[in-house]
Design a binder for this molecule. Structure first.
Ligand code: CP
Ligand code: NVA
Length: 332
């Protein structure tokens, strides 16, 4: 099989055409089928990849590790404490060193300019495993999950509730615009996406038959929605002091059954995870003690309810990251 993105970096979806994103979704579907059927797919035997994590992770790290092993590759994990990058060695020099040893580099961390600098200097494909601005690998899993529930993502309405200017919301706006979907950012004015990204995505959506809307009213936004999506109210790297302000701003945008009731009859709930939906976490318990809130961006009832597809979505991270690695590393 030929890949149209062989040798490319995967830094943000703005760099990819609708056809290339379609190719990745379809490739992820095929890898999922192979995995379930027990068909070997060690297409990248002998290659080596490195995973650089400056922020914590469960799904993304495990997905890169399992997908790498399934493809026959060896995988090295570097956490911030065991790596010189940024402290004793520049990002540029680190990229050159890693590029001499590895066939591909994953980076999760802070500024988009860091993953860009790695890509500019490594000479091998670099994959963005989440930055402050974007979370592109998550998007291929999300589109795959949507297409497992609806025939196509094209023409579907996806509403992002809450902190509509975070990395996941930004990436959803881009992927929806590229794939002809109707994206609605629903949150308070203070947390709406940046105007320049909205303008770019509005222009893209006009070419694909999609649309981009900003809406401050949850019921209006969710009416007829095929997908309601939310994410944590304070993202990694943001100060803990922000919780009080975010709870005040975002509590009206919590995903509740009231919102599910106005969705399309077959509408689904998605969340990239991790989620604060009960008191099963340290931070969740601290927030409850301080602010008296036992659920945050989504109620436990919605999270565990029949419309929720969050664990399919989490599994799909692995199949889609496998597709992204294969498509950029294959030399066929
Ligand atoms: N959704 C996601 O990226 O999860 P992790 O932070 O666990 O990798
Ligand atoms: N917006 C979240 C996504 C986690 C996968 C964060 O950056 O922490």
């Amino acid at each position: 099989m030929h890949s149209p993105i062989s040798g490319r970096n995967f830094l943000k979806l703005l760099d990819f055409s609708s056809e290339e994103i379609r190719f990745l979704i379809d490739t992820a579907k095929e890898f999922k089928r192979k995995k379930k059927a027990g068909e070997s797919h060690r297409y990248l035997e002998g290659k080596n990849i490195v995973l650089l994590f400056e922020k914590t992770s469960t799904r993304t790290r495990c997905s890169f590790e399992v997908a790498g092993h399934d493809l026959g590759m060896s995988v090295t994990y570097l956490d911030p404490k065991s790596c010189q990058m940024g402290k004793k060695e520049s990002i540029e020099d680190t990229a050159q060193v890693l590029g001499r040893m590895f066939d591909g580099i994953e980076y999760r961390g802070f500024g988009q300019e860091i993953v860009q600098c790695l890509a500019d200097n490594a000479g091998v494909p670099v994959w963005n495993g989440l930055t402050d601005d974007f979370h592109p690998t998550q998007m291929i899993a999300d589109m795959l999950t949507i297409e497992e529930n609806f025939d196509t993502c094209f023409g579907k309405k996806l509403v992002f509730m809450g902190d509509a200017q975070n990395n996941v919301a930004n990436s959803l706006m881009v992927v929806c615009a590229k794939m002809g979907m109707h994206f609605v950012a629903c949150g308070p004015a203070e947390q709406m996406p940046a105007a320049d990204l909205v303008a770019t995505c509005t222009e893209l959506a006009a070419q694909t038959g999609g649309s981009v809307t900003l809406c401050e009213d949850p019921i209006e936004a969710c009416t007829g929605a095929h997908v309601i999506y939310t994410d944590i109210w304070v993202s990694m790297g943001e100060p803990m002091e922000l919780w009080a302000e975010r709870i005040r701003l975002l509590k009206p945008y919590q995903v509740t059954t009231e919102l599910l009731d106005v969705m399309a009859p077959d509408g689904i709930f998605l969340h990239c995870l991790p989620a604060f939906h009960d008191l099963g976490t340290d931070i969740g318990r601290e927030i409850q003690e301080q602010f008296g809130l036992s659920e945050m961006e989504v109620t436990d009832e919605v999270f565990r309810g029949p419309r929720s597809r969050v664990f399919d979505e989490a599994e799909n991270r692995m199949h889609s990251i496998k597709a992204i690695m294969w498509a950029t590393l294959t030399e066929d």
